[in-house]
Each structure stands twice: as structure tokens, then as C-alpha cells.
Design a protein. Structure first.
Length: 139
């Protein structure tokens, strides 16, 4: 489960490592912390994997905002074919669903058909799909 305030930018391209597929976004990603929307920053490398990539950083990450928002984001593939990928996301708070829904990715457009309004969720979904497609194309 990735941090809901993490904006993935670049994959570590660990697709040949089967253990990387178990990471929440399918690979280890570098990116930006957008916990403060008007002041995004690069997380320290020591925080990147354990907090940004793995989520549940509330009370641990100095940038994690107070409030009733989600703690983590989880994705799963529902179906995939040549036209696209169907996935489902769940935003979690205290290990319980906070918000959830389906997303559809067009392989031709290389974009979500109806992107969610949250830019972090949109980018995380695209990162997850990118990792997934890279992994299945190697088989």
C-alpha cells in the first residue's frame, strides 16, 4: 500500500525481480511527497521505500498531514486484454476501506479512461499499471 500523498515519478525497474511484484506499485518508485500540495518535495532516500512506497506513514513520517484522510492506497488488477486493463483501488484508513472504486486503462491512449480527480491516485494507478504491463511483456 503506497502512501496516498506519494507521487511516483520514476520506477526502479525491478521487473525481473519476482519479489518486486509484491511491492504496492509493482516496483520501487522514486517520486515526490505531496502531503503539502503547494510545496511538493523529494523524500529522503531513507524514507522513500519504507514510507512512500509502502504506506502507513501516519505518526512516522514528518510530512504526513494530520486529519481524517487515508493512510495507504492499494491496487489490484481485475482484468487485462489487448485493449486495456481494469483495476480496482482502495484507499485505506487504519487498515479499513476509506474509499474505493474501479478504474479503466486504455492501452491505446496510455491513460485512464476516466481519471480520478486526485492527481496522486491517478499517477499511482498509472505507475501500478506501468509496472504490471512491463512485467507481463517480459513473459
Amino acid at each position: 500500500m503506497a502512501c496516498p500523498y506519494f507521487y511516483p515519478v520514476e520506477s526502479g525497474m525491478e521487473g525481473t525481480n519476482p519479489r518486486a511484484a509484491m511491492l504496492p506499485l509493482g516496483d520501487s518508485w522514486s517520486g515526490l511527497c505531496r502531503a503539502v500540495p503547494d510545496a511538493p518535495g523529494r523524500p529522503d532516500n531513507a524514507l522513500l521505500r519504507p514510507l512512500c512506497n509502502l504506506g502507513y506513514a501516519r505518526g512516522t513520517c514528518p510530512s504526513f498531514p494530520a486529519g481524517d484522510g487515508p493512510d495507504a492506497v492499494r491496487f489490484t488488477i481485475r482484468a487485462a486484454n489487448d485493449a486495456g486493463v481494469s483495476l480496482y483501488y482502495v484507499l485505506e484508513r487504519d487498515h479499513h476501506p476509506f474509499a474505493h472504486g474501479p478504474l479503466e486503462y486504455s492501452r491505446r491512449e496510455r491513460a485512464l479512461v476516466a481519471p480520478p480527480p486526485d492527481q496522486n491516485l491517478n499517477r499511482q494507478a498509472l505507475a501500478y499499471i506501468e509496472s504490471y504491463l512491463r512485467r507481463i511483456e517480459w513473459k
